[in-house]
Design a protein around this ligand. Structure first.
Ligand code: SF4
Length: 382
C-alpha cells in the first residue's frame, strides 16, 4: 500500500519531490492544529464553495453531507424539494447553535430555493454564493471572484480575518497537497473506503488525519468483478451501502463521479500562477475545473467522463439521481446516447437509479443494479 502511495508521489511534479509523503501528512496535521482560530464551522454542501477560502479566513470549513435516516416525509419539508436539498434543510435546523453560518449556492433551483427558506427557518446566518452557469468568459470569472470576495467579507463579519496574499497562497497549497495525497490513495482503498475518505476530508478538512486514511487499506481487486461508474448527485450519510452492495453483486465502482466523489474535486493548483495571484488560481481550480453538468456549456463534463470511463475500463454506468433534480435528470437521455457510442463496438449501458425522499427504494435500486451486472457478465467482450 505504501509502495502505491509512493508511486503516486513520484507522479507529482518536481517541486513536490522535495517532500516525502510522510512530510506532507505530518505538515498537514501540524498546520491544521494551529490554523482555525474559531472552533465553530461554516457549513456548506456545494463543491463550488472553496474550503481553503474559508480556512484562509481563520474559520473551519465543513462540507456537511446530511443523513438519510432523518429524511422522513411530513417533517415540514416543502413539496418538490429533491431529497438532498430537503435533507439539507433538516441539517440546517439540526446545526443551529452548533455552526457559525451556512453557505448555499445557486447551482440549481432547489438550492436557490433553500437559500430563500433557510434563514427564516433556521437561526443561522446564511450566505448565498452566486455561481455563474457559464464559465468560459472573463465576465464569469470576474463574477465568481467577486462572489468569493463578498463571501470573504461575510466571513470577516463572523469573526474571521482577511488573509494576506501569502497566507492565502499557503493555505491553497496545503489543501492541494492534501487532495493529491488523498487521490494517490485511491488505488489502495475499497470504493467505499475511498468515498468515505473524500467525505471525511470534505466534512472536517482541518481535522482529517491523512495518515489514518492511508492505513485503511481494504482493497480487494477481484479480477472477475465488472468495473462500473457511479454517476450523479451527492451521496448522503446512510446511503453508502451502494458501494458494498455493488461489490456483493459482482460489480466494482472504479469511478465515483458523484458530487461528493471525484466530480466535486477542484483541479490541481499551478504553483507558479498561485504565487502570482492566489485568488485567481482558486477561481481557475474551481470554476474552470469542476466538471459539474450544471455548467453551460457542459462539454467538459463529457470530456472528463470520456477520459475516465475509457481510462478505467468502465463497462456500465449507475446513474444515481434524486427525484426532482432537474440538473441530473436532464442529462440522462443525452448521456445514454453518448455512452452507447463512446467506445466503438462496445456500448456502455446506463441504468437510471432514481432515489426518492424516504430511502425506501433500496430494493428496487439493487434489482436494477443486479440486472445490469448480470447482463454485462453475459456479454462477450464486455
Ligand atoms: S441533487 Fe440536484 S436538485 Fe438536489 S441539490 Fe444537488 S443538483 Fe440540486
Amino acid at each position: 500500500m505504501l509502495l502505491k502511495s509512493q508511486r503516486a508521489a513520484q507522479a507529482l511534479p518536481a517541486w513536490l519531490h522535495a517532500k516525502s509523503v510522510a512530510q506532507v501528512r505530518a505538515g498537514w496535521v501540524d498546520w491544521t492544529n494551529r490554523s482555525a482560530s474559531v472552533s465553530q464551522s461554516v457549513i456548506y454542501s456545494c463543491p463550488f464553495v472553496p474550503a481553503e477560502w474559508v480556512a484562509a479566513h481563520g474559520l473551519r470549513p465543513c462540507r456537511a453531507a446530511p443523513e438519510r435516516s432523518a429524511c422522513l416525509p411530513g417533517r415540514g419539508l416543502p413539496e418538490g424539494l429533491c431529497a438532498f436539498a430537503g435533507q439539507w434543510l433538516l441539517e440546517l435546523r439540526r446545526r443551529q447553535g452548533r455552526a457559525l453560518a451556512a453557505v448555499l449556492t445557486t447551482v440549481c433551483d432547489q438550492m436557490r430555493r433553500l437559500g430563500d427558506l433557510a434563514e427564516p427557518e433556521c437561526d443561522l446566518p446564511v450566505f448565498v454564493l452566486h455561481v455563474p452557469h457559464t464559465w468560459q468568459s472573463p465576465t464569469a470569472r470576474r463574477i465568481y471572484a467577486d462572489e468569493l470576495r463578498r463571501l470573504g467579507r461575510f466571513l470577516v463579519r463572523l469573526g474571521g480575518r482577511e488573509p494576506s496574499r501569502s497566507e492565502l497562497a499557503d493555505t491553497i497549497r496545503r489543501f492541494d497537497d492534501a487532495r493529491r495525497e488523498l487521490l494517490g490513495l485511491r488505488g489502495n482503498l475499497s470504493p467505499r473506503a475511498f468515498a468515505q475518505a473524500l467525505a471525511d476530508f470534505a466534512r472536517e478538512p482541518l481535522d482529517c488525519d491523512l495518515q489514518a486514511v492511508s492505513v485503511k487499506s481494504t482493497i480487494d481487486n477481484r479480477q472477475s468483478s465488472i468495473p462500473l461508474a457511479l454517476l450523479g448527485g451527492p451521496i448522503m450519510r446512510g446511503d453508502e451501502w451502494i458501494y458494498d452492495e455493488v461489490d456483493e453483486l459482482g460489480g466494482r465502482i472504479v469511478l465515483d463521479v458523484t458530487e461528493t466523489g471525484e466530480l466535486g474535486l477542484p483541479g490541481p493548483i499551478d504553483r507558479r500562477r498561485l504565487a502570482e495571484d492566489p485568488l485567481e488560481e482558486l477561481v481557475t481550480a474551481y470554476l474552470d475545473h469542476i466538471p459539474h453538468p450544471f455548467r453551460r456549456p457542459n462539454t467538459e463534463f463529457y470530456a472528463f467522463l470520456a477520459r475516465e470511463l475509457v481510462g478505467r475500463g468502465v463497462q456500465g454506468v449507475l446513474f444515481r439521481r434524486y427525484v426532482w433534480c432537474d440538473t441530473w435528470h436532464g442529462e440522462l437521455a443525452r448521456l445514454r446516447e453518448w455512452a452507447e457510442k463512446l467506445v466503438p463496438g462496445r456500448p456502455i449501458p446506463v441504468v437510471d437509479l432514481d432515489c426518492g425522499q424516504s430511502g425506501g427504494d433500496r430494493g428496487r435500486i439493487l434489482q436494477r443494479v443486479q440486472a445490469m451486472i448480470e447482463t454485462l457478465q453475459q456479454t462477450p467482450g464486455a
